[in-house]
Ligand binder design. Structure first.
Ligand SMILES: C[S@@+](CC[C@H](N)C(=O)[O-])C[C@H]1O[C@@H](n2cnc3c(N)ncnc32)[C@H](O)[C@@H]1O
Length: 288
């Protein structure tokens, strides 16, 4: 477990993932009934962008840095509002350049009656997160394997909510491991919303993962993918995607407004592009 998200916090992949996570949480809030957010690979929750790790890569400058400074058309601004509100509120509260991870976004956007479970396998990171969130009785932090948690903690007693699975893809078999854990969790909770993050580094690996999802017999799977440059096996992270199982009503329409704009702002040269398509559930054929 060498991966440290502090080097990557606020990068282009975080922007896509966190903006969509925020939209999904806002959708859940449209109904009065409480819900639960289960975050299986939570990280430390809050990242110092002026710290050594973030400064070393500077990745956030080409991610959230670009987004904050860009002029936003009204429709895009409205879609980014819950995410950017959290980013701005955290910065104002800390009087420092800090960035929210998925746990802080969930914590900020959820209501008094909602609950959260944050799972992190790295003992030190789990402790940092538990200490940071100890004041909030709605949140529980558990040091555990996230894939085990995905299966063990569903369905939540509220029977409403979402599971976000956001592993570091350090292991060679991370795609099949994630797929197997997700399918098992989905079978236990077929009405839950699931968000699965994936990197775009190797086209064939990504295509196999998406094809396995498309063939899993799950009725509603939406994919949102953003590539900032040409995908090449030795070129590092060229893009990322989020799979949304049981997505909110009209999320696909919203993402077809948001992603072209993100593409324009975040792109880093030839080969950039985006997709919002259904792997399962609608008549549009996915472009794998
Ligand atoms: C990409 S980061 C998570 C970022 C976080 N979801 C966010 O958006 O702010 C992945 C995290 O998973 C943790 N991790 C790695 N393997 C894990 C496992 N098997 N179970 C739970 N956490 C794991 C890493 O320590 C790291 O903090």
């Amino acid at each position: 477990m060498n991966y440290r998200h502090a080097y990557h916090a606020g990068n282009f992949a975080d922007v896509l993932k966190h903006a969509i996570l925020a939209l999904c949480i806002e959708h859940l809030k449209a109904k009065a009934m409480p819900f639960r957010v289960i975050d299986t690979h939570a990280g430390i929750g809050v990242y110092d962008l002026s710290g050594q790790a973030a400064q070393k890569t500077g990745e956030w400058r080409e991610g959230i840095g670009r987004i904050v400074n860009a002029t936003k058309p009204q429709d895009v601004g409205a879609l980014l509002q819950p995410y950017l509100q959290c980013v701005e509120a955290l910065k104002a509260f800390n009087h420092r350049h800090v960035y929210p991870g998925s746990p802080e976004i969930a914590r900020y956007l959820t209501r008094a009656e909602d609950r959260m479970i944050f799972v992190e396998k790295h003992p030190q990171d789990a402790k940092i997160l538990a200490d940071a969130f100890s004041f909030d009785g709605r949140a529980k932090v558990v040091e555990l394997d996230g894939y085990m948690a995905a299966k063990a903690y569903v369905p939540p007693k509220e029977r409403r909510g979402l599971v976000i699975i956001d592993p570091p893809y350090e292991e060679r078999d991370e795609f099949p491991t994630l797929f197997a854990a997700f399918v098992e969790a989905y079978r236990k909770w077929p009405t839950g919303m699931f968000l699965l993050w994936y990197p775009v580094k190797n086209r064939e690996e990504t295509r196999r993962f998406l094809a396995s999802l498309a063939e899993a017999g799950i009725p509603k799977i939406l994919r949102a993918e953003l590539r900032i440059k040409t995908v090449s096996e030795h070129g590092g992270l060229a893009g990322s995607g989020l799979i949304i199982v049981n997505p909110p009503w009209k999320l696909a329409d919203s993402l077809r407004v948001l992603l072209p704009w993100l593409d324009g702002v975040l792109q880093q040269g030839d080969g950039h592009g985006w997709n919002v398509d259904w792997l399962a559930g609608e008549s549009v054929a996915p472009n794998l």
